[in-house]
Design a binder for this molecule. Structure first.
Ligand code: BTN
Length: 223
């Protein structure tokens, strides 16, 4: 069972940073770090992740058993743990109704056999800053009144299953929730129509020049 031992911080810079320290100090697989508030929460692509104190589930797990599908496993686990239909925007943003409810940041040293899986999930947020209000949501805004601890319990159960699930099952579950399938997308190198993922989790895009496979980076919908 992942989630033990657990360290909880009222305030820390980043739970991913704390979990990295624990990983380097030989913390076991499944060690959990949570926080009420982060002063320097990190997102993908060098972005910041911010949330008001107590409003989001902020967690990082030390994992010592991993494969290349970890970011996708985590996204499926988050989506399946929610009591409402949720989609996944490649590679691992979780959306409800086209708005992001959860973000995932995997860091660490896979070549040394460990990674830190960081998950931020908006639980009780009732209003977002102007620049986020059109693109972000929370469980509270979706009409779900639940505590961060309840969400955590459900998520850990879901992660327990997904982290060891067969790759084919993970890919199938991910594809059932693919928010981009068939949509026009753009990225720094081009544009085209999203056409699912490869067995390694890369995004397939049909472009005028043929199929392109993106294995990292950011894609934008409809531009
Ligand atoms: C993203 O959407 O870009 C990923 C966001 C990941 C945020 C979580 S919050 C808990 C953990 N600690 C961090 O500093 N980042 C992750």
């Amino acid at each position: 069972m992942i989630g033990l031992p657990r360290v909880h911080h009222r305030l820390t810079d980043s739970t991913n940073e704390r979990a990295k320290e624990l990983a380097l100090a030989d913390a076991p697989h499944g060690t959990l770090v949570t926080a009420d508030e982060q002063s320097a929460g990190r997102g993908r692509q060098g972005r910041a992740w911010s949330a008001e104190p107590g409003e989001a589930l902020l967690l990082s797990l030390v994992l010592r058993s991993l494969d290349e599908l970890l970011p996708l496993r985590a996204a499926v686990a988050v989506a399946q743990s929610l009591p409402v239909p949720a989609q996944i925007k490649w590679p691992n943003d979780v959306w409800i109704g086209g708005k992001k409810v959860s973000g995932i940041l995997v860091e660490g040293r896979p070549q040394e056999g460990w990674a830190v899986l960081g998950i931020g999930l908006n639980v009780a947020t009732r209003s977002f800053p102007d620049e986020l209000s059109e693109i972000a949501t929370s469980l509270a805004l979706e009409g779900l009144s639940t505590s961060r601890e309840e969400v955590l319990r459900s998520l850990l159960g879901s992660l327990d299953r997904l982290l060891v699930a067969d790759a084919a099952d993970v890919l199938a579950a991910w594809q059932e929730r693919d928010a981009l399938l068939g949509a026009q997308v753009s990225w720094s190198g081009g544009r085209g129509k999203a056409a699912g993922i490869t067995n390694a989790g890369a995004l397939r895009v049909e472009t005028d020049a043929g199929i392109v496979e993106l294995d990292a980076g950011e894609v934008h919908l409809g531009r």
